[in-house]
Design a protein around this ligand. Structure first.
Ligand code: ME8
Length: 524
């Protein structure tokens, strides 16, 4: 038996100095949809998420609360794990950067970078604001007349020894890589931003710090702590055991490199430039795609701590209680900030999307079809009698929907994949309205016509339910149960299962009401 093609997808690992909110749930949900779709298409999937637990931000938050950084990390990592459970997300692993498996491999990787001369000990000289514990650039120092803009005290000239990563040495290779791989950064607009900045030229970057201690010690020089971003990026490799010296005992090397790193736009530079350069230095194959989505804002405003308008976990849970988990996933995917523009989370918009797409289209189409089969054929799907309906080609529409869905999934255009599936159901609705089976049913001599209409509707609904199942897993399982069918695509049979057929003829269906109408818009 030949091995199934693999698919490795990752979320960013989230900082534990904050509690989870819609942004984190969003990225992880997108990855979950794709992971389910790829499993469903027969791929051997590895879906990774986790938490980023080192660094000065975590140290500071812990200090403010008077607790140990590890205690803070444990507490908030548990919250992030709870998100996965509440949302029914299907990640295959959850990596925490304080785990020993990660720490020892980061040290091994950094050692390798030193040996390859991609990392060197250098000296940095700059203007230091002692009150703020930070360096300011020459330009900014000049603007404030070499005094601190905060305390007014003079800036001091300070030098610091740090280990540097030779990013500048990878300029040409990176440019050539971008050239040869136009799909490496998606969406396109983001790729252009990165390319522009890349062509401005690269400077070496410090990858250690000496002014705090909550991090992974630099190998053989423990005064230095590895910079949190290098530590964090390497999670994608350590989770697969890429620097363990156990010869792939975990059996995960086959997933390398990632097919997709899904991230928010604010951390694109690290993923699109620094990360591939580090991998080039380590001589490891590079990921296929970094997908940087945009941001959720809330009711027209940026979400921020000071405004206190984060859509947090309790708020999300209220939505789920009212509308259901699948409805939440649907809204995230079809109205969220995939692509290059931000998306506004609005209670009214949520309600409208729920009603238009799920109640009036998916739910209505499934219930009409199953109800009519119940009423006119005693709940048994009739065989298609082959009646020709001029201008209607449901098998053709289903094939087009499947092709569009497949192409959309390949480029992470998840909203377009949803549109392909729901578009098929809109066609079914229009077909019902045009052929009027409820009228045809009144005339005994038109039984063949009635059977043809309902057999085709049922088959199109079946195919749409396949395509919708990664996005609406629970509701589509309900629909399949109502159609008495299984979802057996474990062996790469999705194309076959989504192909038009007469497999439903003779099977029993029951009427389904998938999405209840909810009257009042929820003001959560
Ligand atoms: O940056 N809208 O972690 P983080 C959409 N630890 N997505 C959002 C969002 C919003 N308003 N806010 C956050 C870090 N996100 C690092 C990553 S990876 C090697 C290290 C999502 O906790 C989005 O995916 O700040 C963003 O990139 C991520 O949360 C940042 O999470």
């Amino acid at each position: 038996m030949t091995a199934r093609p693999t698919a490795y997808i990752t979320t960013p690992i989230y900082y534990v100095n904050d509690r989870p909110h819609i942004g984190h749930a969003y990225t992880t949900t997108l990855c979950d949809v794709w992971a389910r779709a790829m499993r469903f298409a027969g791929r051997d999937v590895f879906f990774l998420t986790g938490t980023d637990e080192h660094g000065v931000k975590v140290e500071k938050s812990a200090r403010e609360r008077g607790i140990d950084p590890q205690a803070l990390a444990d507490e908030n990592a548990a919250e992030f794990e709870r998100v996965l459970e509440v949302f029914g997300l299907t990640n295959d692993d959850f990596i925490r950067t304080t785990q020993s498996r990660h720490v020892r491999q980061v040290q091994a990787f950094v050692k390798r970078l030193l040996e390859m001369d991609a990392v060197y000990l250098g000296e940095f000289e700059g203007w230091y604001d002692e009150g703020q514990e930070e360096y300011v650039t020459e330009n900014r120092a000049r603007e404030t007349d070499y005094t601190s803009p905060i305390s007014g005290r003079p800036l001091v000239k300070a030098t610091e020894k740090n280990y540097y990563f030779r990013l500048s040495a990878f300029q040409e290779r990176l440019e050539a890589f971008f050239e040869a791989n136009p799909g490496f950064v998606r969406p396109e607009a983001r790729r252009n931003e990165v390319l522009g900045r890349l062509r401005d030229g690269l400077q070496d970057v410090p990858i250690t710090r000496t002014n705090f201690s909550w991090g992974i010690p630099f190998p053989d020089d423990e005064q230095h702590v590895i910079y949190v971003w290098i530590d964090a990026l390497l999670n994608y490799a350590t989770a697969l055991g890429m620097a363990e010296d156990d010869g792939d005992a975990g059996g995960r090397h086959r997933y390398w490199p990632a097919d997709l790193h899904v991230i928010g736009k604010e951390i694109l530079w690290f993923h699109a430039v620094i990360w591939p350069a580090v991998l080039m230095a380590l001589d490891l194959p590079l990921p296929t795609c970094v997908y940087a989505h945009s941001f959720w804002i809330s009711e027209g405003q940026k979400m921020s701590k000071s405004l206190g308008n984060f859509i947090d976990l309790p708020t999300i849970e209220r939505y789920m209680d009212t509308y259901g988990l699948d409805a939440w996933r649907w809204y995230m995917v079809v109205q969220g900030p995939l692509g290059a523009t931000d998306a506004d989370f609005q209670a009214a918009g949520f309600h409208e999307t729920y009603t238009t797409d799920l109640v009036n289209t998916v739910g209505n189409c499934a219930s009409r079809t199953t109800a009519m089969i119940g009423k006119y054929f005693d709940g048994v799907v009739p065989a298609d009698a082959g009646t020709v309906f001029e201008g209607w080609d449901l098998p053709g529409a289903a094939a087009t929907a499947f092709e569009r869905w497949t192409a959309a999934m390949a480029t992470f255009a998840l909203d377009d994949a949803c549109e392909a599936a729901i578009g098929l159901l809109r066609t079914v609705d229009a077909f019902i309205n045009a052929t009027e089976p409820f009228k045809v049913a009144k005339d005994e001599s038109r039984r063949d016509e009635l059977a043809s209409i309902l057999a085709r509707c049922a088959e199109a609904v079946r195919i749409a339910s396949m395509l919708l199942s990664p996005i609406l897993p629970a509701k589509m399982a309900e629909l399949r149960a109502a159609l008495s069918i299984d979802l057996d695509v474990a062996n790469g049979g999705l194309a076959e299962q989504a192909a038009w057929s007469d497999r439903l003829a003779g099977s029993t269906v029951t009427k389904v009401a998938l999405f209840p109408r909810i009257e009042a818009p929820q003001d959560a």
